[in-house]
Design a protein around this ligand. Structure first.
Ligand code: 5AD
Ligand code: FES
Length: 365
């Protein structure tokens, strides 16, 4: 395969041939892989500029009613549970504002009881009030009713992340208990769109039994769903979860997952140039420079963790999560240096919305 001409063929195509994507995901020559990353990074810099947008990530509660087989905060895992107070969350929001991050991501384990829905609603309104609306708010609080999604949107959240985890229903069923259905999750993505959000989704990469064809179909799924943002990263084992028993965890296998995740980022960027794509924290769990590698492969968003240190050790979705012992401001300094070191700037004070969103027919017409 001539990689350069294959890349040209799929550039901006929106819906490329799945076989071509699968073959690019299966490249074996390191210089071909390098070509792929470079092409994706060029597309990003031409279309969106050499700018990384920040979202301060607040993991505000690890209480979770669900039992995903891969996740370290699943219901059946006996860990210390916490829920940050409103005041603690507001203080993180002030930190993000003062440090010019521009946006906040509020993420938590999944609950849909009325108290939780109300709590999130109040927090969103209070953050908007406190900063005169200056901070953009992204929510990542799992599957909810369309009514809840609408309520939170009206209160001021304008982006929502809900990973599909895999677009293959059979593989999805192997990763989740029977009461966590695939169709409901797809329906949630539709409800989010109907409620007016910029919608983000994504997958885990390098899961047991996942093939290059599955991953190629994931990219086609993003395109078919016309999503605005992608957050995806390598699967990283958590030893005390059921899925870990099925997975290999050698250094070679971890390298393979990292490389596959970077290829997925690059292909998504090449196929859908104007989306926001995050360099996920899981990349950094497999390589200390993982987030920069993500930016160099076409990602344009980084999510520095600003969760207070006392809670970080309890939000362990997987092993080797970075910055667990750090303070938020230490992360800030090291992040800017890292971003500058690869020739990019930080989009201080900007919301950094998905350009794709404003081009969507249902928005622009
Ligand atoms: N490895 C990688 N990512 C994980 N997530 C949860 N557990 C893991 C894991 N073991 C991701 C899921 C979820 C997001 C919040 O974290 O994709 O949607
Ligand atoms: Fe909490 Fe998956 S274990 S949503």
């Amino acid at each position: 395969m001539n990689v350069a001409s294959t890349i040209r063929k799929i550039m901006g195509s929106g819906r490329p041939d799945g076989d071509i994507l699968a073959s690019l995901l299966s490249l074996t020559d390191p210089s071909d892989e390098e070509r792929l990353f470079k092409a994706a990074c060029e597309v990003k810099r031409e279309r969106l500029g050499p700018v990384a947008h920040l979202r301060g990530l607040v993991e505000f509660s690890n209480v979770c009613a669900r039992n995903c087989l891969y996740c370290g905060i699943r219901r059946d895992h006996a860990i210390r549970r916490y829920a940050m107070s409103a005041e603690e969350i507001l203080s993180c929001a002030r930190f993000a504002l003062e440090n010019r991050y521009g946006s906040l991501v509020l993420q938590s384990g999944e609950r849909d009881d009325p108290e939780f829905v109300e709590f999130v609603d109040d927090i969103v309104r209070e953050i908007k009030r406190q900063g005169d609306g200056a901070l953009g708010i992204t929510l990542s609080c799992g599957e909810q009713s369309e009514e809840t999604y609408r309520r939170w949107f009206e209160s001021g959240a304008h982006r929502y992340l809900l990973r599909i985890e895999t677009s293959d229903p059979e593989l999805y069923a192997r990763l989740h208990p029977a009461d966590q259905g695939f169709e409901r999750r797809v329906q949630c993505l539709r409800s989010l769109r109907a409620a007016g959000y910029q919608v983000g989704t994504g997958v885990m990469i390098g899961l047991p039994r996942q093939t290059a064809e599955h991953l190629a179909n994931d990219i086609l799924f993003f395109s078919q769903m016309d999503i605005d943002m992608i957050g995806m990263g390598p699967y990283v084992l958590h030893d005390e979860t059921p899925l870990a028993a099925e997975a290999v965890n050698t250094p070679g296998e971890r390298r393979r997952r990292l490389s596959l995740a970077l290829r997925m980022i690059a292909l998504a960027r090449i196929v859908m140039p104007d989306l926001n794509i995050a360099a996920s924290t899981a990349l950094q769990a497999l390589d200390t420079g993982g987030r920069e590698l993500g930016l160099l492969a076409g990602a344009n968003v980084v999510m520095p963790n600003i969760t207070p240190r006392e809670y970080r050790g309890d939000y362990l979705l997987y092993e080797g999560k970075p910055c667990v012992g750090e303070d938020a401001d230490m992360c800030r300094g090291c992040l800017e240096r890292r971003i500058n070191s690869i020739g990019e700037k930080v989009g201080w004070d900007e919301w950094g919305d998905s350009r794709h969103f404003f081009k969507r027919k249902d928005i622009s017409s």
